[in-house]
Design a protein around this ligand. Sequence first.
Ligand SMILES: Nc1nc2c(c(=O)[nH]1)N[C@H]1C(S)=C(S)[C@@H](COP(=O)(O)O)O[C@H]1N2
Ligand SMILES: [Mo]
Length: 412
Amino acid sequence: MHSSRRALLKTGMALGALGVVARPLTAAADTASNGTVTLPFANGVRPTVAAGTFPQKGEMILQRTRPPLLETPWHVFEQNLFTPNAQAYVRWHMNDFPTSVDVSKFKLKIFGAVEKPYELTLDELVSSFPPTQIAAVNQCSGNSRGFISPRVPGAQWAHGAMFNAMFTGVSLAKLLARAGVQPGASHVAFRSLETPVAPYPANTHFEKVLPLDKANDGATTVAYEMNGEQMPLLNGFPLRLVVPGWYATYWVKMVTEIEVINHPGTGFWMTPAYQVPDNRAGAMIPGEVGVKMVPISAMVPRSFINAVGKAPVAVGKPVALKGFAFGGNSALTTVQISTDGGISWHPARLGKNWGEYGAREWVSSFTPTKPGSYRVMVKATNAGGLEQPMEASWNPGGFMYNAIEHIDIQAS
Ligand SMILES: Nc1nc2c(c(=O)[nH]1)N[C@H]1C(S)=C(S)[C@@H](COP(=O)(O)O)O[C@H]1N2
Ligand SMILES: [Mo]
């Protein structure tokens, strides 16, 4: 068992007895009394768990208990551009990740193909390097998998396997520079505190590998704070890797080892897991054979539109529309709205730019000209020239869903 001492990370000051997480990481067996939610696809009924059922977490949608897969309820995104930590989704692959971390024993180790391997305590990390802040969307590769057709195995998430947060930490490029990367090195491997248990074989330790240029891009960060608070345990306390623009599978939680290597990742979580067809949309035809697969990487743009309620709106009166969007692996350039089934598109007004990897609010308005039903669609484009498609990509993992979203408005 790990002791439950934690530290306040700001300025390296010790905080003392802020005990963590004595509660077991199992939700109450009978979640029915806590209610249910129906996600908008076939077999979409899920239990919700009340605040406090999982440590540091508010009300969440329970996708699975062990290991925990907790989805953010949709209304949280409609109310907050930055997802509150207590409702940021949770996804772990293995059951036996630590339920608390003794920061007095914790070390971050940087080694491998470097001139000067070193290790740091948490306090040393915080006090030896200047903090950087970066807004970024953490999105599971399988976010929205429940909408993919034909359906594929894996957690049937709605759109709540993502969150937008402001992270504080140390730029990985600075950590690597201090170690001095040797010529010939090409990749960086990241490993976490948890160890595999059945059904996973011992060689399935959670290891993810980034190309060296991505690791060194200045944006990739070893983060100790999320939204100005210490990293929640279930989101990777004490340190988690933030890989802005790339899917969350690379955002290793409880990261403790950073090894510079001279070859791509070969572990289970790089191959065969988390592979997509080798094209920017991750698309193939269901059943297609001989498709070249590569490790998933860059996120594609997405945009969302807030519900406006079921009550009909008045003909001739403007309806305020709003939502949020993100560019994925490059900055969001436009959000456009269509009210005629995608034939014509009008730019929405974008809110504050928090940085190229963060989410951004948009606003627009729409005036129905005659009674009837209107389908309002929203489409994001990024600086890399990608725009959301009408139909989602299909691949066997159910990854990279980013089809255009819509709401229906009745006018009378
Ligand atoms: N140590 C560790 N890190 C991990 C994982 C894991 O199982 N173990 N899962 C990855 C995947 S696939 C996702 S989607 C994100 C989820 O991050 P979150 O739980 O903070 O939402 O963590 C990533 N980092
Ligand atoms: Mo994921």
